[in-house]
Design a protein around this ligand. Structure first.
Ligand SMILES: [Zn+2]
Length: 108
C-alpha cells in the first residue's frame, strides 16, 4: 500500500514546509480584506504562516503579505493580525490552564 501523503504547506516567514495543522492560514477575500483564518475555511487566496509568534512577527515586520498577495497591505491590517494572533494565544493558554485546573486538588 502506498503511504498516505500528508499535504505540506510553506510558511511565508521561515519558508519551512509543514503540515497544515502547524500553520495558520492568512486569507485575502474577494473584497481585498486580509485576516487570520483560524479555521482554514475562509474563501479567498490564502497564505500560510507557522503557528508561532516568531513567524507572525516576521511576517508583520517584513510585510511579507504585500508580496504574497501582490498588493499593498495597510499597516493597520498587519497590526490587526498581530493583535488577533496574540489574542488567540491568550485564549489558548487560558483554555490550557482551565483544563489543568480541573480535577486537581486545590486544597489548603
Ligand atoms: Zn514559519
Amino acid at each position: 500500500m502506498a503511504q498516505k501523503k500528508i499535504p505540506l504547506r510553506m510558511c511565508i516567514a521561515c519558508r519551512e514546509m509543514k503540515e497544515k495543522k502547524g500553520l495558520l492560514r492568512i486569507v485575502r477575500n474577494g473584497a481585498g480584506e486580509v485576516s487570520l483564518d483560524f479555521k482554514g475555511k475562509a474563501q479567498g487566496r490564502g497564505a500560510y504562516v507557522c503557528d508561532n509568534a516568531d513567524c507572525i512577527k516576521k511576517c508583520v515586520k517584513k510585510k511579507l503579505l504585500n508580496k504574497i498577495f501582490s498588493c499593498e497591505i495597510p499597516n493597520g491590517v498587519y497590526a490587526y493580525i498581530e493583535k488577533d494572533y496574540a489574542e488567540a494565544i491568550r485564549k489558548r493558554s487560558e483554555k490550557i490552564s482551565e483544563q489543568n485546573g480541573e480535577g486537581k486538588p486545590d486544597g489548603e
